[in-house]
Design a protein around this ligand. Sequence first.
Ligand code: ADP
Ligand code: MG
Length: 354
Amino acid sequence: MVVRSQPSNLRADVIVWQLIVWWLAGLLISPPVSAAVVKRSQMHMGTLVWVTAVAPDNTTAQRAAALALEEIKRLDQLLSTWIPTSEISRINAAAGRSPVHVSPETMEVLSSSLEIARLTDGAFNICVGPAVRAWDINAGGRIPSKDELEHLRPLVDLSQVILDHQLQTVFLAHPGMEVDIGGIGKGFAADRAVLAMQEAGATAGVVALSGDIKTFGRLPGGERFVFGIQHPRREPGRLLARLELENEAVSTAGDYQRYFIQHGIRYHHILDPATLRPARLTQSVTIIASEGTVADGLDTGIFVLGPTKGMALIEQLPEVEGVIVGHDGAVYVSTGLQNRLQLEPDIAPAYLAP
Ligand code: ADP
Ligand code: MG
């Protein structure tokens, strides 16, 4: 028995040693899976910005997170209407007088804005600023008269925004016009901050400017980043749905964050350029796209278009998905999301008539 068992024991020993050798060799060839995760937040663009950077080591992750925040701060200096020296403020100050030479970043965000305006048939309009101000939503709100709004109409004419790509200039042809990239700028900043993190050596990460989020890669354990979509009529933190993202941006526009209620009517900050009054067809829109600029621009434009036209546009655009909550609370989910989106158990999707 002993003699017969010897070869078998010997073989077992050999196998164990081979495994140990393979394991040691494996360690030399591919280093152990380890990664540093750094999270940082700062106030920029009027909101709290959250950055998560994943990198092979802590120094790289720290640097990537810091560079992402710096990039957002730099873009705010170019694009903010609150900063009098920003390029956007200089364009607005020169309205009706002269073209203004701008950086490639400003040129890019303005041409993307005009492209989203074209896609949404003018529902996305970066010239609504004077009308948004007339409603004074941020400071308690007021209802402007019909005359007051009609008086502003010539200022909201997008054909008077003249971009010269060769000279890299922007001209607002009508005096008093203003551009305001509030409906697209955070998505654009998220895209640029992600580029900064990738250039710094991050392997994965998230940039979130309130409802505008861009992700790349996966968490160190291989899991995807998970996001919750706020329910537009339930208290903050109560979700409509959950979604896993990988190399995607998500952006939500809703009527529940900046609004006032008068005589039972909700007045909010997304205006229908056709009426210069708060858009009435939607409670919230969440768009998923590969670029934050597209997701953010489209959420605002599709909010104005409403569920029927909005969902038709989403279905027509490759690599764009979305969830639209109509004015009556009906929840519409685009085809490409139907197997991915986890709606809360008490929420049933609605379907549009074909
Ligand atoms: P936020 O995340 O800041 O709420 P949104 O993407 O929802 O941003 O866009 C809302 C902002 O866009 C408004 O505060 C206003 O500055 C601007 N805006 C309002 N209506 C429109 C519109 N029809 N087209 C483009 N921008 C708009
Ligand atoms: Mg938007």
